[in-house]
Design a protein around this ligand. Structure first.
Ligand code: NAD
Ligand code: IPM
Ligand code: MN
Length: 365
């Protein structure tokens, strides 16, 4: 049968290390299910700046457009931190999302039973947490204009950005969120700052209007500051969350600590038409890059989301997820998840272990 074409963007820092794990597992899980993948690697972020002068070369865009899905690891690093904003690796990632119109970023934060004790919060607070953050990804303050630097009348330098959403931008992300909530516990919490910001007043108005088409979904509204607090106080009160680009970025890193580590959180960035981008929530972790310390699970679980949502291969997705849970069941942990009694392994160690575990898992799933 036809090979699934995957654009692979390893990026910077720990990106290449975790990509290697994900590709080996994908290959093995695919083989077990009679599916083949054709991986085409392309440059993005700092690696692309070094090679071509651009954080998102045209060639990379073409590779992505010609693929069924895009699997991205992470971009960024100290080396490029002093470049002007418009030339940074992060702009490459934003250009990728925007060029593919990947406006809906699904960020599930699920506390696996094996990791309830790995969180810095009490196990009884996090046990059973299953939150889906639906983050708008190609609008808001990340993309709003005007933006830039100017000088004020006192002669000081001033920096400014614009947080802007149109009705149609809020409508389409609201529909994604309500549809997702319908498949979950039918509870949606819209998070914004409408007590202060006009852009959030519009957000609340539009979400409330869209809600009329989903009478079965219980909609609530929460200000971002309160939501950040409630997520730590009692995360189980949340089912599905819909929010804008900046608030979703912050809330998803916060949610990762319920699950034990940022190294556990996968995501899918989709438009509904054309290839989606599947990427861990974490960054390039330059502090641990090249040290065989990175947790590859967020990346493996992102590959699983790609199989489930992008490629309609739920059996392959289930195999990858089973490999992750089997490694955890067997007591293997990377440093970010270590606790007494567990066996510490490196990123590469998990490749080998996961390979074996996947073989075993193929008999179980
Ligand atoms: P980060 O997510 O890279 O790291 C934050 C902390 O979490 C670090 O201590 C890191 O070691 C740890 N961590 C992250 N992923 C891990 C993993 N898989 N296993 C173990 N530990 C992990 O965020 P940062 O340090 O604020 O940013 C570093 C760079 O990454 C910056 O250039 C930033 O712009 C970029 N970044 C990129 C993405 C992306 O590509 N999607 C996301 C976030 C940040
Ligand atoms: C993320 C990252 C990116 C974002 C950065 C690197 C542009 O933090 O994917 O969460 O803010 O969206
Ligand atoms: Mn982020």
């Amino acid at each position: 049968c036809k090979a699934h074409k995957i654009a692979v963007l390893p990026g910077d820092g720990i990106g290449p290390e975790i990509t290697k794990v994900a590709l080996e597992l994908l290959q093995a899980a695919g083989e077990a299910e009679g599916e083949t993948f054709q991986f085409e690697e392309a440059l993005i972020g700092g690696a692309a700046i070094d090679a071509t002068g651009q954080p998102f070369p045209d060639e990379t865009l073409q590779t992505c457009r010609n693929s069924d899905s895009v699997l991205l690891a992470a971009i960024g690093g100290y080396k490029w931190d002093t470049l002007p904003a418009a030339q940074r690796p992060e702009r490459g990632l934003l250009a990728l999302r925007s060029s593919l119109n990947a406006f809906a970023n699904l960020r599930p934060a699920v506390v696996l039973p094996q990791l309830a004790h790995a969180s810095t919060l009490k196990p009884e607070v996090v046990e059973g947490v299953d939150i889906l953050i639906v983050r708008e990804l190609v609008g808001g303050i990340y993309f709003g204009t005007p933006r830039g630097f100017t000088t004020n009348d006192k002669g000081e330098k001033v920096g400014y950005n614009t947080m802007v959403y149109s009705e149609s931008e809020v409508e389409r992300i609201a529909h994604v969120a309500f549809d997702a909530a319908m498949k979950r516990k039918k509870r949606l919490c819209s998070v914004e700052k409408s007590n202060v910001l006009e852009v959030s007043q519009l957000w609340r108005e539009v979400v409330t209007r869209v809600a009329k088409q989903y009478p079965e979904v219980e909609l609530s509204h929460m200000y971002i500051d309160n939501a950040a607090m409630q997520m730590i106080r009692n995360p189980k009160e949340f089912d599905t969350i819909v929010t804008g680009n900046l608030f979703g970025d912050i809330l998803s890193d916060e949610a990762s600590m319920l699950t034990g580590s940022l190294g556990m959180l996968p995501s899918a960035s989709i438009s509904g038409a054309g290839p989606g981008v599947y990427e861990p929530v974490h960054g390039s972790a330059p502090d641990i890059a090249g040290k065989d310390l990175a947790n590859p699970m967020a990346m493996v679980l992102s590959a699983a989301m790609m199989c489930r949502y992008g490629l309609a291969l739920p059996q392959v997705a289930a195999k990858l997820e089973a490999a992750v849970t089997a490694a955890l069941d067997a007591g293997y942990r990377t440093g970010d998840l270590m606790s007494p009694g567990m066996k510490q392994v490196g990123t590469r160690g998990l490749i080998l272990l996961n390979g074996l575990i996947l073989l075993l898992a193929s008999n179980w799933v």
